[in-house]
Design a protein around this ligand. Structure first.
Ligand SMILES: CC(C)(COP(=O)(O)OP(=O)(O)OC[C@H]1O[C@@H](n2cnc3c(N)ncnc32)[C@H](O)[C@@H]1OP(=O)(O)O)[C@@H](O)C(=O)NCCC(=O)NCCS
Length: 166
């Protein structure tokens, strides 16, 4: 196992930002994302401006010893002390334990540094990899939203998985 660290959006280079765009635009990540929008370089710059000016969206790249392998985020609700999380990896890095390591780091940041009470995420019912990851880390299925999203020509059900501060 290589080393892994989360690097805050405030420290990203132009190259890091481009890696995030390319990973986000892959068919693999798009298949499991609510939107179907491929981002241009210009849209990526606008997105970066928005997230670095936002007080809510805490984005990180998932960096191993030599490269960017993915990205993750906590979208914080400061009033309710909860956050929605997002995580995605490069397809060729999946299944090696990086998702577990990165999500554990993100949870530790959210519960111990941001002092959140609850961290939750949405996942399509067909996303077996993400569901296995969340259940392994102690997330509990709180909701099953039937036919919640219209994607790739079909209505798709969405689960909400949550974890509370211990
Ligand atoms: C979800 C995701 C982050 C998981 O990352 P990962 O690095 O593959 O996760 P891990 O290797 O740490 O695996 C976690 C557990 O899930 C299991 N798992 C992974 N993929 C699986 C699959 N397709 N089916 C069943 N179990 C699976 C692993 O076996 C592991 O359990 P174990 O430690 O008991 O063996 C990654 O698949 C991904 O980026 N997917 C695309 C984007 C996405 O779906 N994001 C989440 C929704 S926002």
């Amino acid at each position: 196992m290589r080393g892994l660290e989360l690097r805050s959006a405030y420290t990203w280079s132009k190259g890091d930002l481009e890696w995030v765009r390319q990973i986000k635009n892959t068919d693999f990540v798009q298949k499991f994302s609510e939107g179907n929008n491929l981002r241009s370089e210009e849209q990526q710059q606008e997105w970066y401006k928005r997230i670095t000016e936002s007080n809510n969206e805490k984005w990180f790249i998932i960096y191993d010893s030599s490269s960017v392998i993915g990205a993750c985020c906590l979208d914080v609700n400061w009033v309710f002390r909860n956050a929605e999380f997002t995580i995605y990896l490069r397809e060729n890095e999946v299944g090696k334990g990086f998702g577990s390591l990165a999500l554990k780091e993100l949870l530790s940041y959210g519960f111990n540094q941001v002092n959140l009470h609850k961290i939750w995420g949405k996942v399509f019912d067909y996303n077996k990899g993400a569901i296995a990851l969340y259940e392994k880390l102690g997330f509990v299925k709180e909701a099953d939203l039937k036919d919640h999203v219209f994607k790739d020509g079909k209505y798709r059900s969405v689960y909400i998985y949550s974890k509370f501060k211990e």
